[in-house]
Design a protein around this ligand. Structure first.
Ligand SMILES: [Zn+2]
Length: 342
């Protein structure tokens, strides 16, 4: 009970005005290609209890598992593992802060109708926690697959693990098999495909991890200091050798005080940090004022708790990637950090 009270305090809701509310009402939905239902498949679906007869509304497509994902990172993972056999509805769109996101009535319907619900977990979705846990067996926190010893527990978090696990591609890869197994259990007819998709995605994430290590290695150790709005990059820092300093703690709830900002300006001057970074899902104001006062330039916008817009391509280092995907998001963050801190 004591823990629960402490967590409730950490994740107390403080909406950042109308922006967050407006975001909450916008829905982001992954579109997957059309699928025609063959008679043989129909029979199989009947046996495994996936018949969609009688269900209507929110995004359900006949013959596919209807899966709800909370954040864009989780949605991307589920879409990759599920492939053509799942219809993924993402509750949070790009740019939405999951710490502050409060479910809207449409979310309740989607969560109720979903065959499976995937969320990030570790109290990232602070305002939805009870709702997600209350769904019982059909809801899965993808970060549950990580071992306790792999999780970071920052000093100021009251013993609560840092939820930003996706900052480390190798650790995020560890969350993939659980998604495949949950899909396979709900839809055994396609279990082989789910597992094969998961293996391919894990291999891609491992390649990404190796690339990120190499890219970070282009910076001298002393230059690897990542200053951002909130502590979303601790796993990124641990994996790729950056010292990470966030103006706020591991949640965006609450505001940074004047004293924090003054301290940050002093630190930047003292260490000679060339660039600091704004985040796509957090207000830019505090970092912009620190940039002005310290003389450190804004090194770019990093994606911390949400992916970019699907299809928003970026060219860097002789390759092109989609910032609306997890892989593209991590590439963007690493390239932006390395280029700005060089
Ligand atoms: Zn965060």
């Amino acid at each position: 009970m004591c823990n629960k009270l402490r967590l409730a305090y950490i994740f107390r809701l403080t909406l950042r005005g109308d922006e967050a509310k407006e975001d909450a009402f916008m829905k982001f939905k992954y579109r997957v290609s059309g699928y025609s239902l063959r008679p043989a498949l129909l029979a199989v679906l009947g046996v495994v209890g996936l018949s969609t007869c009688g269900k209507s509304g929110s995004g359900r497509v006949d013959g596919k598992l209807y899966v709800v994902a909370t954040t864009t990172m989780v949605g991307d993972m589920v879409a990759r593992v599920g492939g053509d056999h799942v219809e993924v509805k993402g509750l949070m769109r790009p740019g939405v802060d999951p710490h502050l996101y409060e479910p809207v009535p449409g979310d309740g319907i989607a969560l109720r109708e979903a065959d499976i619900v995937f969320y990030s977990g570790l109290f990232l979705e602070g305002q939805m926690h009870d709702k997600l846990e209350g769904l019982g067996e059909k809801s899965h926190a993808v970060t549950e697959a990580t071992g306790k010893e792999e999780l970071l527990v920052p000093n100021a978090s009251g013993g609560h693990p840092d939820p930003h696990v996706w900052g480390d591609a190798s650790l995020w890869a560890r969350c993939v098999p659980g998604v495949a197994e949950a899909l396979a259990k709900a839809d055994p007819a396609h279990a082989v495909e789910y597992r094969a998709n998961a293996a391919a995605y894990i291999a891609e994430l491992e390649t990404l991890h190796e690339w990120a290590l190499k890219r970070a290695g282009e910076l001298p150790e002393g230059a690897r200091v990542l200053i951002t709005s909130h502590d979303a990059f601790n796993y990124f820092g641990r994996a790729y050798g950056f010292e990470v300093i966030g103006l706020q703690g591991i949640s965006t709830v609450g505001e940074s005080g004047l004293a924090d900002r003054v301290k940050m300006v002093d630190l930047i001057k003292e260490r000679g940090v060339k660039a600091i970074f704004v985040e796509s899902s957090v207000s830019h104001a505090a970092i912009e004022s620190i940039s002005k006062d310290s003389g450190a330039r804004i090194g770019g916008e990093l994606f911390s708790d949400a992916l970019g817009q699907p299809g928003d391509m970026e060219d860097a280092g002789g390759e092109s990637y989609d910032k609306g995907t997890y892989v593209g998001m991590l590439k963007h963050n690493m390239n932006a950090a390395v280029e700005a801190l060089k």
